[in-house]
Write a protein that binds this ligand. Sequence first.
Ligand code: NI
Length: 221
Amino acid sequence: MGSGRLAKQEWEQTDMTRTNLVILLGLLMALGVAAIGGLWRSNGTPGAQTSSGTALIGGAFELVDHTGKAVTDQTYRGRFMLVYFGFTYCPDVCPTELQNIAVALDTIGERRRKHLVPLFVTIDPERDTRELMATYVDNFHPDLVGLTGSLEQIKKMASVYRVYFKKVKEKDQPDGYTMDHSALVFLMDDKGEYVRHFSYGTDGAKMAKGLTKAIDKRFPQ
Ligand code: NI
């Protein structure tokens, strides 16, 4: 009798555990479905403006170029955009990258350059005025366009390009600060859609090959 009672208790306990397991599994499945649903929705957002398989990089911006002209992403439609974010006080990363871009531009030749606009976007608009941008881009290449704007406008463009930047206090630097920033070079096509990026330190010759391939595919000779 004692053993029978024990057996019943055991059975009840097991049954309880099973019930809990069923509830737990049900909850997990519901969560899983919700998660998948969430992913599907975030990828299927109509405003994302990407063709299938295209990375979610790029989008609208409103800035001022180094000649003082108000520009948007639409200004450059019909041409590829080579987009690099940096700042004129950058001690070495930006000058190196802009030099690589200049070499690439010279290498691809005039015909391809007509289909491409290289953009240098400051992430330090506080110091990088239009005038300073004009002097700076002139050091690298005549095609290079410098873009600046309000901090809000810069933040907006950096966010659509998934570019990180941050002001960092540093005593030795002018005005007591420097900027941390991503140093990728983005290639966007003539419709403003992401094609590829070049990682920091990609030399001019290699970048030129990548540009040639993309431009010739869209604008054959
Ligand atoms: Ni830099």
